[in-house]
Design a protein around this ligand. Structure first.
Ligand code: ASP
Ligand code: MG
Length: 425
């Protein structure tokens, strides 16, 4: 599996006929040897299907009308892209008919199960339309039903992916089809029994990252309606700047602070194999957007050990999640309780998405302590190199909060929080 590139098109990039034409234009403009295109449902289709479902589950027959509106919308888009007698219309009808028949025959059942069987329609139909349209435009591709590839457990609406099985399935599909371009769906998968599942709202970023991982892709590109990652929401903050390059960890931090550019699970499959992620605008493809890459973060030259020799008073210990997941509130509480039980005075705690920084009374050889090792293991954390000593106590203003230390400074660089100290004697 060499030279793969994965391209992900989100809902807004495929919301109507014009945007689908733009996808074809982008794929022609930026050719690639082997390509996997992962697509979301068109525009707000997933939400529209959620409305259908809610009405249906309320026992209100109005659901049929809502459902038919979704069908009509897709047919209308297809009419603008294809000849009247194109086979795509049968495919669209078949998908809608199957879903409707499912709803009409499903016995009283688990809500989340029904949800997944219905909302997958959005991605199935958008990918069908895109695949057939690209083929008509001479971009030869094979449509793949991702439910035969992404195998999950049956936690409906937030199914967990079995990467090993998924990888085997993908290899089989690649062996079967002699194509260099595929179109498939984001957000959805299936259990081993073949029952449809979904990975959580906005999950197609994650799907695309999984494909990039499984294919060991050279790069993954997210085509969005913003030209990359911004330090803050540019619609709200005037001083927001677009960041040409951010690290994997910074990217997770941004998603945590509400820059809704990426799904939170996206980074790990990429960071694992060091796959570059590009976030670009499908509206301004001439802009290069942002790259999310592996970067050495928090590089400090002075080791904890040397600084310990300088002062043995107060220390900032920084813990980070190993798998780029958010630090759970439960972990935070347990860690603080442990410090408290041992009588280690805590002066300040700051928590970001993946990092927990505790400013506390120094104890010798903290990282060697048994209980500390247990904490790290139990909560899937590691103690990052950043362990600064803080010398004297006075008052300083840190991000709007009063912190009782001198020489303890928080610097923002590209959005990531860095603690920096300057020991004065
Ligand atoms: N269509 C799904 C949603 O809107 C998944 C996605 O677009 O990422 O949540
Ligand atoms: Mg979406």
């Amino acid at each position: 599996m060499v030279n793969w590139e994965v391209n992900k098109f989100g809902g807004s990039s495929v919301r109507d006929a014009k945007r689908l034409m733009n996808v074809a234009f982008l794929m022609e403009k930026f050719p690639s040897d082997q390509r996997m295109i992962v697509v979301s449902a068109m525009g707000k289709t997933t939400s529209a299907l959620e409305d259908v479902l809610e009405t249906f589950l309320d026992g209100d027959d109005h659901y049929l009308e809502l459902f038919e509106q979704v069908r009509q919308y897709h047919l209308m888009v297809a009419e603008q892209l294809f000849q009247k007698n194109d086979t795509v219309f049968h495919k669209i009808h078949a998908l809608f008919d199957q879903t409707l028949s499912f709803m009409q025959h499903v016995p009283v059942h688990h809500h989340d199960y029904i949800y997944d069987q219905v909302v997958v329609l959005g991605e199935l139909v958008s990918s069908r339309i895109l695949s057939d349209f690209l083929n008509a435009r001479g971009i030869h591709n094979q449509w793949l039903d991702v439910r035969r590839i992404i195998t999950t457990n049956n936690d409906y609406r937030s199914a967990k992916v079995d990467l090993r099985l998924s990888k085997e399935n993908l290899q089989k599909a690649l062996d079967k089809y002699n194509y260099s371009c595929f179109v498939t769906q984001g957000f959805i998968g299936a259990s081993e029994e073949g029952i449809s599942t979904t990975l959580g709202r906005e999950g197609s970023d994650y799907s695309a990252a999984l494909f990039a991982n499984m294919l060991q892709a050279n790069k993954l590109t997210f085509w969005k309606d913003v030209d990359g990652i911004w330090s803050k929401d540019p619609n709200i903050f005037e001083d927001a700047v677009q960041l040409p390059e951010v690290s994997f960890r910074e990217a997770v931090e941004f998603t945590y602070y509400g820059a809704k550019v990426l799904h939170s699970k996206t980074i790990q499959p990429l960071a694992d194999l060091n796959i570059e992620l590009n976030v670009r605008s499908f509206l301004s493809p001439e802009k290069i957007g942002s790259k999310i890459v592996h970067k050495k973060e928090n590089a400090v030259t002075t080791s904890l050990h040397i600084m310990e020799a300088q002062t043995n008073d107060i220390i900032a210990t920084q813990l980070e999640t190993k798998d780029y997941s958010y630090i759970a509130l439960g972990s935070l509480i347990e860690i603080l309780e442990q410090f408290d039980r041992l009588g280690i005075n805590i002066l300040q705690v700051s928590r970001s998405a993946t990092t927990l920084t505790i400013v506390h009374q120094n104890i010798k050889g903290l990282s060697e302590q048994h209980w500390m090792k247990n904490i790290l293991e139990d909560h899937n954390l590691y103690q990052s190199e950043l362990g600064h000593l803080v010398s004297q106590i006075s008052t300083q203003n840190i991000s709007g909060k009063v912190l009782p230390f001198t020489n303890f400074d928080v610097q923002y660089e590209g959005g990531s929080i860095k603690f920096q100290q300057e020991v004065k004697f």
